[in-house]
Design a protein around this ligand. Structure first.
Ligand code: HEC
Length: 163
């Protein structure tokens, strides 16, 4: 008797709880973008306490300062061709997310958590990149990067040493 009940429960997915097998690739991509908190840095308004979901992942107007290196603004991740990732292939996106290397060869600063994202599986990396490609394009050019000796024109977060 018992094995039959177990087999029935398993067939309906009731033993494993919420599981990945019922997800489409797009749902998986959206789930990953949410739990990996891309929006925490890349959506405008987030650092000002009012995330602008009309411009979801459209780039941040608040940068991160690395003392001695400069100020880095989380760019627009939507497929806008001029101000976002419209001209990047999915492979370009996957490489930047996992290794921090942009198509032009520049290494991103590690505020972008590519050291941790490097552990993404191939399947998850593809789901993530294809979800970003499916977003509504938002036209928004973020400032910078601003060099260590340049004057910033937009707000930024910094590290302050106690006096
Ligand atoms: C803690 C903040 C933070 C989080 C979280 C974050 N990023 Fe970033 N990301 C940045 C910053 C800052 C840059 C710019 C770094 C630079 O210019 O060197 C960046 C750059 C990028 C770039 C390069 C874009 C370009 O035009 O050069 C891509 C692609 C990217 N992030 C994707 C993602 C994705 C996808 C996620 C979620 C899985 C994510 N980021 C999460 C801060 C973050």
């Amino acid at each position: 008797m018992r094995p039959i009940i177990w087999a029935t429960l398993a067939a309906f997915g009731l033993l494993s709880g919420p599981s990945a097998f019922a997800q489409t690739q797009a749902q998986r991509g959206e789930y990953l973008v949410t739990i990996m908190d891309c929006t925490g840095c890349h959506t405008p308004g987030t650092f000002l306490g009012k995330p602008d979901m009309q411009r979801y992942l459209g780039g941040s107007e608040v940068g991160f300062q690395i003392p001695g290196l400069g100020i880095f603004y989380p760019p627009n991740l939507t497929p806008d061709p001029e101000t976002g990732l419209g001209k990047w292939s999915e492979a370009d996106i996957i490489k930047a997310v996992r290794t921090g290397v942009r198509p032009d060869g520049r290494q991103l600063v590690p505020i972008m958590p590519y050291h941790s994202y490097g552990k993404l599986t191939d399947e998850d990396a593809r789901a993530l990149a294809s979800f970003l490609k499916s977003l509504k394009p938002v036209r928004n050019q973020v400032p910078g990067p601003v060099g260590a000796t340049e004057k910033p024109s937009a707000p930024y977060l910094t590290v302050v040493m106690p006096q």
